[in-house]
Design a protein around this ligand. Structure first.
Ligand SMILES: C[S@@+](CC[C@H](N)C(=O)[O-])C[C@H]1O[C@@H](n2cnc3c(N)ncnc32)[C@H](O)[C@@H]1O
Length: 187
């Protein structure tokens, strides 16, 4: 099973736990995370596991940063975990990067460097038949996300290469970035 699906299932299990009678007492809002408004302000807003890339236009990603920022209290943080575009791994002129090849599963990312779109293709081979599942994404460099944060009035507090606090380097395949809503917005 593709890793994303496994995680999605876990997320659904959590949703079931919190919505069933006797479940955890938690407010759940289902909606588009680029535009949905919930009551209150928060110390933390986060999007893990490449989820920002599910927004497939720059305008939607910018809207998401703005939406996150409006839900933060001063000093609160917006955190994303997202892959660094794998363009350095591509040979000149190539657009395809395999991420899993086995007898029963083939996975590859297809890059379009003009539109910054990236499609992850998953092919599962069951009894000699291939079942395809393709997911569209929009990739961006960390610097573009920093600019989105700046447009939303946030400042970069920290960027790490992993959840264990690994340094972010030119070889990091992903980053965990933390932007903060300034305490004193009067400047
Ligand atoms: C990469 S998966 C992460 C799943 C889960 N959050 C986890 O970490 O295990 C991204 C999820 O975001 C959902 N999604 C995509 N675009 C969305 C949007 N604009 N608003 C709300 N959810 C969205 C997808 O359906 C998918 O379940």
């Amino acid at each position: 099973m593709p890793r994303g699906q496994a995680r999605g299932r876990r997320a659904r299990d959590v949703l079931t736990d919190v919505t069933e009678p006797g479940g955890i007492d938690l407010d759940v809002t289902v909606g588009d995370f680029a535009t949905t408004v919930v009551k209150g302000s928060f110390t933390l807003v986060y999007l893990a596991f490449n989820t920002i890339m599910n927004l497939t236009t720059q305008a939607q990603q910018v809207a998401c940063f703005r939406n996150a920022a409006t839900h933060l209290e001063p000093g609160g943080c917006f955190v994303i975990e997202v892959g660094v575009p794998g363009l350095q791994i591509l040979a000149p002129g190539e657009t395809i990067r395999p991420f899993h090849v086995s007898e029963t599963r083939i996975g590859f990312d297809e890059y379009d460097a003009v539109t910054q779109s990236m499609t992850s293709h998953h092919l599962e081979i069951v009894e000699s038949r291939a079942h395809r599942h393709s997911v569209p994404f929009r990739y961006a460099w960390p610097a573009e996300f920093d600019l989105m944060a700046q447009l939303a009035g946030l400042t970069l507090r920290e960027r790490r290469g992993g959840w264990q606090g690994e340094p972010f380097t030119s070889e990091s395949p992903k980053h965990i970035s933390v932007w903060e809503r300034p305490l004193d917005e009067g400047g």
